[in-house]
Write a protein that binds this ligand. Structure first.
Ligand SMILES: [Zn+2]
Length: 128
């Protein structure tokens, strides 16, 4: 497991564009790649209250993971947004964390990544 997330600037912007389209809802998706992020995969937010929570729609999630595998890409991170909050895990984010990849959070104050539930921060390094 990589301890740093390397993301090309244009893919960070692509992710932000996806999350902007979801406002006022939280947005969710995956970052896939080998060493660095190579693909941004937006997923539908199936949470019953999508303004305050996120749930990657399970069928789309499964399809995305399968396609990734077919292309030889690894799941590097799962991202979601806090349209009105900080880039910091909420109590729900921590409680519901299941993945061993970093959780990237886009908040009003920037982008940060954490391993959850333990809360260790993973640096997000922008590539030109
Ligand atoms: Zn959250």
């Amino acid at each position: 497991m990589s301890q740093v997330l390397y993301v090309p600037r244009r893919l960070l912007e692509e992710t932000r564009a996806h999350l902007d389209r979801e406002v006022p809802k939280e947005g969710v998706g995956l970052w896939a790649g080998r060493r660095e992020v190579e693909r941004v995969i937006p997923l539908p937010n199936a949470h019953p209250e999508p303004r305050v929570g996120y749930l990657a729609e399970p069928v789309a999630l499964l399809r995305a993971l399968r396609e990734m595998e077919k292309e030889g890409l690894t799941l590097l991170a799962i991202y979601h947004s806090h349209p009105k909050g900080p880039a910091f895990p909420s109590p729900t984010d921590i409680r519901e964390a299941r993945w061993r990849v970093p959780y990237v959070i886009f908040g009003t104050d920037g982008v940060r990544a954490f391993l959850l539930p333990e809360g260790r921060e993973i640096p997000v390094v922008l590539l030109p």
